[in-house]
Design a protein around this ligand. Structure first.
Ligand code: ADP
Ligand code: PAZ
Length: 315
């Protein structure tokens, strides 16, 4: 008897099926690549990079190529020259799920493809409102929630990138000072690929006020990746990262969290769990997780960060 299953726009592959693609993916990792990847300082297993992330970079290289052809066809139709614009990839997911690690690894892998040697990376934390403004709005305990960002500035930045501007500027957030750095900015120089990583990059557009347009950040994406894992695993990764930050970032006297450097394991775990339970998990559940179904690709990690399932949107 036919079942009433919800139709899915995704093709869903388990780890074995996905990593089998690795064998037929060109550009095997060389020793120079391995050195560069190790140089990132991420704990990611290199066999995992080869089996899971290298096929993703191949898929992305194919998408970049196809998008350029489409772009060139529509420019010909319009009788315009073909100015190239950056291919923009969004990476979404919870705090501590591994967005930054995924972004850095993909940046290295994509740069190996002859079509996309120049890959740049921005994080959306630069678009957080400064602490003074968050305090004014009563949002200090909601850092990372959609309302804690200057969404218009982020949209303007992405519009400039997509318009092919020679340079586009973004503000800079410091985890050290836990605030926006006054006057600091990063510049994006019309790369082949721009990776935009952040908790909320797949949020739908807010309803527009009269006379305004209701664009979403993801309207500027050519491709998007949601990094997914069980909430209880992400909670553990958050706590583990917090514990190890005591010996690195927190230990610097100018760190906003310097007071945490002296906590013993039990006290630090309790503090990390408190922050997770009060801020990061509610944000994940209310705002981030509901955007998963908007991603082009979903990477589902197991308890050890190894990717267990890969879902690719085919429609
Ligand atoms: N693929 C991976 N393999 C092993 N550890 C990882 C992997 N991805 C992330 N981690 C670890 O998990 C934690 C969170 O990763 P990070 O990339 O900083 O997350 P996010 O940018 O989403 O906050 C870090 O301690 C990081 O070292
Ligand atoms: C800076 C962040 C909001 C993440 O920003 P993103 O780059 O994802 O936009 C987040 O890492 C954060 O600091 N959250 C506040 C709660 C906490 O300290 O974990």
């Amino acid at each position: 008897m036919p079942t009433l299953e919800t139709p899915t726009p995704y093709v869903d592959l388990d780890r074995r099926q996905w990593s089998r693609l690795s064998a037929s993916t060109p550009l095997p990792l060389t020793s120079t690549d391995l050195e560069r990847l190790r140089g990132l300082g991420d704990p990611i297993d290199l066999a995992e990079v080869d089996a899971v992330y290298r096929p993703i970079s191949r898929l992305l290289a194919l998408y970049v190529q196809a998008t350029r052809q489409l772009h060139s066809a529509s420019s010909t139709f319009l009788g315009e020259g073909t100015a190239r614009t950056p291919y923009v990839i969004g990476i979404a997911g919870s705090v501590a799920v591994g967005k930054s690690t995924t972004a850095r690894v993909l940046r290295e892998l994509l740069a190996r493809w002859p079509e996309t040697p120049r890959v740049e990376l921005v994080t959306t934390d630069g678009f957080l409102l400064p602490n003074a403004e968050l305090e004014r709005r009563g949002l200090m305990q909601r850092k990372g929630f959609p309302e804690s960002y200057d969404r218009r500035a982020l949209l303007r930045f992405l519009a400039a990138v997509k318009a092919g501007s020679a340079e586009a500027h973004a503000p800079v957030y410091s985890h050290q000072s836990y605030d926006i750095i006054p006057g600091a900015r990063v510049t994006v120089h019309r790369p082949d690929v721009l990776i935009v990583e952040g908790l909320n990059v797949l949020q739908p557009a807010r309803p527009a006020a009269a006379g305004e347009s209701s664009l979403a950040v993801s309207d500027f994406f050519d491709f998007s990746i949601y990094v997914d894992a069980r909430t209880r695993d992400v909670r553990r990764w958050y706590v583990d990262r917090f514990l190890s930050l005591r010996h690195t970032a927190f230990s610097r006297p100018d760190s906003y969290f310097h007071r945490y450097a002296a906590l013993d394991d039990a006290a630090a775990t309790a503090r990390a769990e408190e922050i997770w339970d009060a801020i990061n998990e509610p944000n994940l559940v209310a705002n981030i997780l509901p955007t998963r179904g908007r991603a082009t690709l979903v990477l589902r990690k197991g308890p050890d960060h190894a990717v267990q399932r890969v879902r690719l949107r085919k429609l």
